[in-house]
Ligand binder design. Structure first.
Ligand code: ATP
Ligand code: MG
Length: 413
C-alpha cells in the first residue's frame, strides 16, 4: 500500500477527553477516529488489525462451532420474554416511526435461542454450537477508555446447546476453554483464567483477564498456579479451587473474554426442548462464550507500546513491513516495494514527500514490526537498512536477499 494514497493521517494532538494509552496511540496513529464517546470509525489501517484479530478468533472457533450472522435489530418481545427489556440497564431501545419498539443487540441469547428451536428436535441433534462475530451495542454509562469500553463494539459470541449437564460441562471445560487459550496465545496475550460470579444461574463464570495497569477489574492471582479470582467473589483467606493454596497477589485486569454455563435460563424462557431417547421432552441446556475483539485491540496497545508508539505483535500487525523511501532513493524504493509485494509480503510503503524525521516518527507511532529504510547512502552497497520495531540496532541487508530475509524472520516468531 502506498502511503501517499492511503486513507491515513497521523496526528500530534492527543485526545482531549480520553487519557487511555490505547485511545491516544490508536487515534494519533490513524487507526481509529472517534465519532462520539464509545463509538469509533475503524480507518483502513485499524480495520486491518481488527480483521486480523477476528480471523484468529474465527480460525479457532471454526474448530468448535459453526459461524452464522445474527441481526443487530431485535424485536422487543424477545427481550420481554427473558425479562431483560426492563432488567438490563445498558440495553439500547429504539422506537420506529410506526410506534414499534426494538432493542439494539448487546448480546444474542434472545435471538439464538428461538433460532435453535427450528434446528433442535431430538437428542440426536445435540450437542450443537454456533457463533458469530458481530457489532454489539451497550448504553455504557462511562465510555472513556478508547476501545476498552465502547457503546458500539465488536464481539465474538458463541452459544452451545446440550442434552445433559455433563455434556455442557465437558464442552465448557474440554472444548471451549482450550479454544480460548489457543486464541489468546496466537494473539500474543497472556490471559488469566479468572473465576467470577456466574450471575443467578451458575456458581462461577470464567473470565479471561489480561493484567493491565489501567484495568477496570481488580483480580487476585494465585501465586502458586496462576488461577485468578475476580474481587467481587474473593474472600480473604480463600483457598485456590485449583491447587488449594491461599497466597494471592492483587493486580488490575481487563476482561477480554467471559464464558458462562447458562443452564436452562434462556431455553426455558423460549421453551427450547428436545425429545430424549425415552420419548420424554426436556429443556435444552446452554452455554455462552463471549470475546471482545475490539477490546482486545485496545488491550494489545495497552500492553505493547513504548514512548514513541505502538509495537504490534506480528500476528495482528496491520502490515509486516514499513518501507521508508528517503530523498533520492525513490526509484529504487519503488522497485523494492514491487518485489516485496510479489513475494507475498504485506508492505506499507511510505512514498510521501515529507522529511525523513516525519517518516521515522510515523513509523514508530504506527508500530509495524519491520522497518526497511532505503537511502542513497546504502544503495551504493546494494543494501537497505532493516530494523525491528522492538529493537534499536539496524542491520544492512542486501536488496537481492531482502524478501527471503524477511521470510526467515517470520519463521523465527
Ligand atoms: P464488563 O464487565 O467489562 O462491562 P461484561 O462482563 O458486561 O464486560 P460480557 O457480557 O461478558 O461483558 O461480554 C463479553 C466480552 O465482550 C467481554 O469479556 C469483553 O471482552 C467484551 N465487552 C463487553 N462490554 C464491552 C464494551 N462496552 N466495549 C468493548 N468490549 C466489551
Ligand atoms: Mg463479562
Amino acid at each position: 500500500m502506498k502511503q501517499s494514497r492511503y486513507f491515513l493521517k497521523t496526528s500530534k494532538t492527543t485526545p482531549a477527553d480520553d487519557l487511555s494509552i490505547n485511545a491516544k496511540l490508536l487515534e494519533q496513529g490513524g487507526f481509529v477516529q472517534k465519532v462520539l464517546a464509545g463509538v469509533y470509525d475503524f480507518l483502513p489501517l485499524g480495520l486491518r488489525v481488527l480483521q486480523k484479530i477476528e480471523n484468529i478468533v474465527r480460525g479457532e472457533m471454526d474448530k468448535i462451532g459453526n459461524e452464522m450472522f445474527m441481526p443487530v435489530l431485535h424485536p422487543k418481545e424477545n427481550w420481554e420474554k427473558t425479562g431483560r427489556w426492563s432488567g438490563l440497564d445498558v440495553l439500547f431501545k429504539i422506537k420506529s416511526q410506526h410506534g414499534n419498539e426494538y432493542a439494539l443487540g448487546p448480546t444474542h441469547e434472545e435471538i439464538v435461542t428461538p433460532a435453535a428451536q427450528a434446528i433442535i428436535n431430538s437428542y440426536k441433534d445435540l450437542p450443537l454450537a454456533v457463533y458469530q462475530i458481530q457489532t454489539k451495542f451497550r448504553d455504557e454509562p462511562r465510555a472513556k477508555s478508547g476501545l476498552l469500553r465502547g457503546r458500539e463494539f465488536r464481539m465474538k459470541d458463541l452459544y452451545s446447546f446440550h442434552a445433559t449437564a455433563e455434556d455442557l460441562d465437558e464442552y465448557y471445560n474440554k472444548t471451549a476453554m482450550p479454544a480460548y487459550e489457543a486464541v489468546y496465545k496466537r494473539l500474543g496475550l497472556d490471559a488469566l483464567l479468572t473465576e467470577a460470579s456466574g450471575g443467578t444461574f451458575s456458581k462461577y463464570s470464567h473470565e479471561y483477564q489480561v493484567e493491565t495497569e489501567n484495568g477496570e477489574d481488580t483480580i487476585y492471582v494465585c501465586e502458586k498456579c496462576g488461577l485468578a479470582k475476580n474481587k467481587e467473589i474473593f474472600e480473604e483467606g480463600a483457598k485456590c479451587t485449583n491447587c488449594g493454596k491461599t497466597s494471592w497477589r492483587e493486580t488490575k485486569g481487563c476482561e477480554v473474554g467471559n464464558i458462562f454455563k447458562l443452564q436452562d435460563k434462556y431455553s426455558k424462557a423460549f421453551n427450547l426442548q428436545y425429545t430424549a431417547q425415552d420419548g420424554s421432552k426436556n429443556i435444552v441446556l446452554m452455554g455462552c462464550y463471549g470475546l471482545g475483539t475490539s477490546r482486545v485491540m485496545g488491550v494489545i496497545v495497552e500492553k505493547f507500546h513504548d514512548s514513541k508508539g505502538i509495537i504490534w505483535p506480528e500476528a495482528v500487525a496491520p502490515f509486516k513491513v514499513h518501507l521508508l523511501a528517503l530523498n533520492g532513493a525513490e526509484k529504487e524504493s519503488g522497485k523494492i516495494y514491487e518485489s516485496l509485494l510479489n513475494s507475498g509480503i504485506e508492505v506499507l510503503y511510505d512514498d510521501r514527500e515529507v522529511s525523513a524525521g516525519a517518516k521515522f516518527a510515523d513509523s514508530d507511532l504506527i508500530g509495524i514490526p519491520y522497518r526497511v529504510l532505503v537511502s542513497a547512502k546504502t544503495l551504493d552497497k546494494q543494501s537497505v537498512e532493516f530494523k525491528k520495531r522492538n529493537e534499536t540496532e539496524a542491520k544492512l541487508v542486501n536488496i537481492s536477499d531482502l524478501a527471503s530475509y524477511i521470510g526467515a524472520q517470520n519463521q523465527k516468531q
